[in-house]
Design a protein around this ligand. Structure first.
Ligand code: F0G
Length: 458
């Protein structure tokens, strides 16, 4: 596959340090084989996340210098609200410090009674956690295609709408506090959701009087996938697609650290300023800051306002999705299995299939992440059974449906040659796959274990 060239040139560079394999073996052992413990300085290509790690444009940096730092009613706030209203068509826009802050102020308001259910095409970890903290029960409901990594299908992030109907009947509509549509669907590989599926989900929700929330972290990438893959949208702009997509929901939460290409920030949007807004505002003021800055500096609001617009640019999105698809094609050439087709922000390598000799309880996704670091200084992470916390009731380890190693690509940050280095490193590992060892955990915390656990090869 041909690489789609960058629609920008580079004006500022950040040197990265080259390390030797011996050094890397020492560094990863010193942090108990947990890549989160590495100093970023010891990493050559950092694919840990695409969140807050993108490169801002000269326009964003220029906007930062003119950010208005007023406590209330600053110019940067109004600029952000104006841009966001125009893009999403929602009446009320609340800035917050990042995506999970939007979740933290929304779910206590949405979940009215302990034990109510919230259903999603797949929750991201923090969204799942905030539903739980608010007393709700998160339930995943992705379409079956999403869990078949070898299957090539255009919208593997979709909600399973038949099952959604069944779940609503089973729990009773009054017991379902909300439906969350995550775009793109991060946990199943950055896979997109189609307009048709969003519309069908919205119709079911409306019939039962259940509010629909979009988890909008990667809304622009999702819009471009719709343009490329869904009938009837090829001639629509990503802005038009976004406007229509959001018309099928009532609320959105958004980490602006992804598609708004900001290093920090988040948004909460409500389509019609109704009953939920006063309660959410109180939580924002108590936990984030006054409503017109929501825990961000004026300069962060300014960068976010510009980034929202840049993130929807179609030349940029063609390059962005092209970059991820290019990396996937390089892996394909080397016979390395991954969640097909490539997602929007990452390639999810199917470590379970690449390292079949490592059982799930020896964490193949983690083993491959460690090996990639040792091989070429590339940092990635496990999205598999190592990521799963133990069952809170029984203490048993839980098995993930798939054992992935996620290669998340920061926006506008790495070049084609960096991607080639990644593919070559994986090729080298694939050639000696049977020598890669599994891991056992020697210490783990009670929750969110993958960040701080200690491990050792076995
Ligand atoms: N929703 C989705 C779909 C996400 O991917 C994330 C973050 C959040 C919400 C939370 O946003 O980090 O700004 O508080 N995902 C990052 C990742 C961390 O690496 O996938 P946040």
């Amino acid at each position: 596959m041909k690489y789609i060239p960058e629609p920008f040139k580079i004006k500022m560079v950040e040197p990265i340090r080259m390390t030797t394999e011996a050094e890397r073996r020492e560094k990863i052992a010193a942090c108990d084989w947990n890549g989160f413990g590495l100093a970023a300085e010891d990493v050559y290509i950092d694919l840990l996340t695409d969140s807050g790690t993108g490169a801002m444009s000269d326009s964003q940096w220029a906007a930062m210098l003119t950010g208005d730092e007023s406590y209330s009613g600053g110019r940067s706030y109004y600029h952000l609200v104006e841009n966001a209203r125009e893009i999403f068509g929602y009446e009320w826009i609340q800035p917050v410090h990042q995506g999970r802050a939007a979740e933290k102020v929304l779910f206590p308001v949405l979940v009215e009674r302990r034990g109510q259910v919230v259903i999603s095409n797949t929750f991201f970890d923090t969204t799942r956690a905030h539903v739980g903290l608010a007393g709700g029960r998160p339930v995943d409901c992705v379409c079956p295609e999403g869990l078949d990594s070898g299957l090539d299908a255009p919208f593997k992030g979709d909600m399973d709408v038949d099952r959604l109907e069944d779940l609503i009947t089973e729990f009773g509509a009054g017991e379902v506090a909300g439906i969350v549509m995550t775009i793109t669907n991060n946990s199943v590989g950055g896979q997109p959701v189609s307009m048709a599926n969003m519309k069908a989900t919205s119709e079911i929700a409306a019939r039962h009087g259940i509010p629909v929330v979009i988890d909008a972290a990667r809304f622009a990438e999702n819009a471009y996938f719709i343009k490329e893959r869904e009938e009837g949208y090829a001639d629509k702009s990503t802005r038009e697609i976004t406007r229509e997509f959001f018309s099928y929901a009532d609320i959105f939460t958004m980490s602006a650290k992804k598609d708004a290409i900001a290093n920090m920030g988040g948004l909460l949007g409500v389509r019609e300023e109704g009953e939920h807004v006063p309660d959410v505002k109180s939580l924002v003021i108590a936990g984030e800051g006054y409503v017109t800055y929501g825990g961000l500096s004026g300069r962060d609001l300014a960068a976010l306002a510009v980034g929202l617009v840049e993130g929807l640019d179609e030349d940029y999105l063609r390059y962005r999705l092209g970059q991820v698809a290019y990396l996937a094609a390089q892996l394909d050439e080397r016979g390395i299995p991954f969640q097909r087709p490539a997602g929007g922000h990452a390639v999810f390598v199917d470590a379970g299939r690449l390292l079949p000799h490592i059982p799930w309880y020896r964490y193949p996704g983690h083993a491959l992440a460690v090996e990639l670091y040792i091989e070429a200084g590339i940092r990635s992470c496990d999205i598999g059974s190592y990521l799963m916390d133990r069952d809170p009731a029984t203490g048993e380890q839980q098995r993930a449906p798939l054992e992935f190693t996620r290669l998340a690509i920061p926006r506008r940050t790495y070049t084609q040659s960096h991607l080639d280095v990644i593919a070559e490193a994986l090729g080298e590992i694939a050639d000696r796959a049977e020598q890669v060892k599994g891991y056992e955990i020697t210490w783990e915390p009670k929750v969110l274990r993958h960040f701080t656990s200690k491990l050792r090869p076995v």
